[in-house]
Design a protein around this ligand. Sequence first.
Ligand code: GRF
Length: 196
Amino acid sequence: MSNLMEKLTGLKKIKTAVFISGAGSNLKNLIKFSKIKKSPISIDLIISNSNKAMGLKYGNQFKIKKKIINFKNIKSAEKNILTLIVNKKINFICLAGFMKILSKNFIKKFNGKIINIHPSLLPKYKGLNTHEKAIVNKDKFAGCTVHYVSAQLDSGKIILQKKIKIASKDDSNSLSQKVLKQEHKLYPAAILKIFS
Ligand code: GRF
């Protein structure tokens, strides 16, 4: 099929894996996005490091292959992931609330093909507890960032960022809800930006 035909029929989408650890609201949002015609990606694999991740239910709901990977031994974990990715012909990886740090080796293998969403205005507040930090520091703004994954935590090239105002009555809970709402808009927009 020619590229034009593929574009017109929308038949060929980039096979994507989403890595999660928790609630999976970004996963659900990405699955919904993947089903619209203009989405360049399809979601073909869900990886979780925990069998307790609530987001795994979306694998059942949307009939997407899901796999729980034990990260006690990172080498064998990544080896298992690689096998799955090769078998499923996965070409793109979206981290969505994934709480494990991938090895430099793994990231190198997928250089430029792994992206992440982070709930802060990077480079501010890399790592955990971003909303608590913003509240404690009495920041006026918070936000979220979609970025490429590089060997340094939360430091890869920024693809898109959304800034929101922190209200004086906000606490870390209300702020995380507000930011999450924006994450659900930002992640698809960043994917469209990459592949447009
Ligand atoms: C999101 O805020 C994401 O940015 C962060 O963890 C949260 C995951 O939420 N890394 P969910 O599992 O997608 O609902």
